[in-house]
Design a protein around this ligand. Structure first.
Ligand code: OAD
Ligand code: ZN
Length: 250
């Protein structure tokens, strides 16, 4: 792909970079996205599984669904797009990676400054005393777990429908979006708020906004650059053309 000179020079000269990722960045690792033909929500109804009431009514079923996704995630590896973001973090003076993904693949790839807006599927906590439970392991039990301290139900540390995002994490993400020179919206359908507001915050504060996706989204008409295709190919290519050293496993 050939990138515009404007994009290459803005990237090279950026003091501060902010990236928002969604399920699309993990698709090439083999993690299903939520929406679209192959999306998880075609097979499972979110209102039946990803909310607190569902958990209280049927904790074993919800736990089983997360156990299934945890196993799936453990079997896959970060892909070239995840590693390219590690390289970008090394390159930039100021770098914030905001992710909606709960799959932990950014950290496994080596990214450090990661803000997890929707939690992390590998962590769990007790709904009664809030104590963190030991990391859930893929080969762990498929039925709901009880807290070893108080006997309360243990739930995955992910944000469910109808729940607030972790406030402090979101406010850090907003301030990164306000301060950055260049903002990337990568592999997200950009429909779930408040995460989807971040590119607009960046636009309002004068950042150059780049979208990478297989298809167009609500953001596409507002972004300065829309790069259409697989992010595992586009992102490493962009870094190479900008002279940014790729590293780690590719
Ligand atoms: P979606 O499943 O809504 O969107 C994934 C996006 O990635 C789509 O726009 C695809 O076109 C794009 N895509 C797929 N494969 C790609 C590839 N190889 N390269 C580039 N783009 C690709 O996922 P999210 O936007 O992350 O929330 O969904 C947001 C939130 O909705 C999730 O965090 C989850 C869900 O409800 C919670 O669990 C709280
Ligand atoms: Zn407890």
């Amino acid at each position: 792909m050939t990138f515009s000179e404007n994009l290459i020079s803005t990237l090279k000269n950026a003091e501060s970079i902010c990236v928002l990722t969604g399920a699309g960045i993990s698709a090439e690792s083999g993690v299903p996205t939520f929406r679209g033909e192959e999306g998880l929500w075609k097979k499972f109804k979110p209102e039946e599984l990803a909310n607190f009431d569902a958990f209280i009514c049927n904790p074993d079923l919800v736990w089983e669904w997360y156990a299934y996704r945890r196993r799936l995630i453990h079997e896959v590896k970060p892909n070239p797009a995840h590693y390219a973001l590690v390289a970008l973090e090394h390159f930039a003076n100021n770098f914030t990676l905001v992710t909606q993904n709960v799959d932990n693949l950014h950290r496994r790839a080596g990214s450090k400054n990661v803000l997890e807006l929707h939690g992390n599927i590998e962590r769990s906590y007790c709904i009664q005393c809030r104590a963190l439970a030991p990391d859930a392991v893929p080969e762990g039990p498929t039925g709901v777990q009880r807290c070893t301290k108080c006997g309360g139900l243990v739930r995955p540390d992910v944000v469910w429908f109808g729940e607030m995002l972790p406030l402090e994490v979101f406010s850090k993400a907003e301030s990164a979006a306000r301060q950055c020179d260049i903002f990337f919206s990568i592999g997200t359908s950009a429909v779930v708020y408040p995460a989807a507001s971040l590119p607009y915050t960046a636009l309002d504060h004068g950042a150059f906004v780049v979208e990478m996706n297989l298809e167009s989204t609500d953001l596409s008409s507002r972004a300065h650059e829309v790069l259409t295709g697989k992010v595992g190919e586009i992102l490493p290519d962009l870094l190479l053309q900008a002279g940014i050293q790729l590293q780690g496993e590719q």
